[in-house]
Design a protein around this ligand. Sequence first.
Ligand code: PEP
Ligand code: MG
Length: 853
Amino acid sequence: MSALTEPDAIVEITPSAGVQVVRHGWRAKCLQRLVRMDLPVPTSFAFSADAVRAIANGQTPDRACLAGIIERADGLVSVRPSAVNPAWGGPNTVLNVGINDECHARLAEKRGKAAADAIYLGFVQSYAIHVARLDPDMFSDSDGGLRAALDAYEDETDEEFPQDPARQLAEVLRSMARAWDGPTARLLRQAKGAPAQAPLGLIVQDMALALGPGVTGSGSIQLIDSSTGTPRITGRFRGQTQGRAKGEGAETLYLTRDPRGASLEEAAPEVFADLVRYGVAARERLREEMQVEFVVSDSQLSIIDAVRVQRSSRASVRIAVGLARDGIIPPEEAVMRVEPRVLSDLLHYQVDPTAPRDIIARGINASPGAATGRIVFSATVAQAAEARGEHCVLVRRETVPEDIRGMHAAVAVLTERGGMTSHAAVIARGIGLPCIVGASGISIDPRARIMRTGGREFHEGDEITIDGTSGEVLAGAAEMLEPALDDSFNQLLDWADDESIIRIRANADTPEDARTARRFSAQGIGLCRTEHMFFDDERLPAMREMIFADKAEDRRLSLDRLLPMQRGDFAELFKIMAGLPVTIRLFDPPLHEFLPHDREGMRALAESLDLPLSDVTRRVEALSEFNPMLGMRGVRLGITVPEIYDMQARAIFEATIQASRNGDPVVPEIMIPLVSARREVELVKTRIDAVAAAVRNETRKDFTYRLGVMVETPRAALRAGDIAQHAAFLSFGTNDLTQMTYGLSRDDAGRFMGTYVGQGVYAEDPFHILDRDGVGELVAIGTERARSHAPNITISVCGEHGGNPESIAFCLRAGVNYVSCSPFRVPVARLAAAQESILIRREQAELDAAAQS
Ligand code: PEP
Ligand code: MG
């Protein structure tokens, strides 16, 4: 049997017809629901995806069947696409199929020549362009009118315009079926997540013509505002004055009463009331905010289609929450309906999508949100600008730890180099600063204070806008939309937390980060990177003295100066987090990051340390490494210069005692970075235990703490079973783990990542979305081995992937207890974790049901 003769190849859409989304598409199913609601839907037929595929492959539907459909429709039909998912689009709708000379004459007699001409002309144009594939220029201009269009068709094709309605319909179906198979359409829908072989159904529907005396016209109505998501009747109605051609006698009416002009509500109150009633019913029955397309012919209403209302990020949250609050969908469904990424749009200012954009460069969209400011090329100038109350954008080749205060002073950051986990990207996400990195099209001349891009020059002080959401740099000040953290946002996330099987913590280094984390209901701090605490003006000199100290005693003296400051840092974090867990990572970066890099800085350091410049230079050179990220950093530093970790442990314990005084006891979590061998953990643990014992002795206060290990070298992942025996928790540092698994510098990969992803070497930037196959396998192996030796061990992920929805889904299935991400990514992470948890539960329920049956 051919696909075209199968029983459900062509079905009339009736309440009981076997219409299925997977076979006939979403539009067919939606129309059936409208029919079931008894709405005045014109007779419609659904062509199944198999039938459409057969048509695309050259089979022709039965002529008699097509002729029958048109005859029943009183001569005219429309053809619309019906993909499985409305987001996948489809070929353009073709209206008024079936019109020929005879039908034209009939219409002219009944409704006037102008109206009949307009309908015939519209169809000839669309048939010539979309079906016969003739030059659009010859047909898009309707100056010559109907006769000229028919003549042009005949000249071009050497045949009369097809007069057989069934042939017209067959040709329209064929051209739409083939258009769906074309390479452009395929690429477009694949970009929207459709499979390459996505099926397409087609709908043939009786034309509801907007012709006739009385109120006549066509329009659409929705009950919600697409940009705010608040209830408001919006839409359009284009009324036709009887006897005039389409367009000529058209008049646009407001839908609801409006002081500015005539409205459908006043012109046809019953029609309007019916429309609102249908809209409310469609919302309830289709469990969605719908835009209803309608035609009014002489005050008779036809509902020809309904589509999901287009919505902004803000509206998508409000709509989902509104439907759940009205009991139309359960909260779980509301949680599933919002794309996690849209939440990050609501946390920040955004460039108004409808405003013009003067794009001057593009880079990696490293931290979302948008901001406008004047260009500055150094952290110092950024701080000066902030002091003057000016907004500035810090533009650098790349940022280094010394730039942190400049970053805090700026409203946005732009770097020429770097990737998703480079310094600028990590810090910017942490503080919620819009940021673009790896904008390789720009070139910066810091001395001349000029940024060049695409033949244009921008000087210090020139205004630019950073759109960290899209990765676009814009000239001048763009129009912005405000952030929207409203009641619906919070409600949705509360529901999300109820569904989630894992916790979300935040990576927070400062009190401000910690407060942001709490504002977004993070369930603790999963990573406090302590090194950032030493870049303060007050602390850097002591830090440098410590680095320059030759003897352990001198080193201890410098560290003693740092101790109270660190204690204060931790006490404040404990206070803000009010009993929620706080994981403090011991010092991680190579020491030379704290030393000046230029001659001027070294001279100043020599002065302050009262040392000859040559000593300082020698020492800086001695500390420099060929490959610092694989050198003396993390636990390696902790073992070779143990006084640093001793000081930090003491500061943590003293702060613990201080913070426990007024409330529940704080149980700090101390984390050792860059571990690759069990013995490293044993050595550090012995010293930290000794510090804890000393503090208990001195203070006569008891406390407990949890010691954990960062798994960020491939070896630590493979030896996790061993390591787990000495740790209360393991946290995968997937930034370094990705860097080391691929042998790919996280700070330099931005230069070629675009080419690599473009050529399909990597499916995605692995610093952005966790590589499931390689890095993910290490996470899975590490988790499994750790749990087999220590079943109750807590396992988490604290690399940047902890804020990426796809990566969270993977981690959740790998069995982690929580993920930790930048504070501003916490809402996205909460929603993504909830959605994956729901999917897992649904899959389990299906398995259970299958097992029982
Ligand atoms: C990591 O490596 O994943 C991590 C969280 O640590 P950092 O980014 O500070 O190296
Ligand atoms: Mg790391």
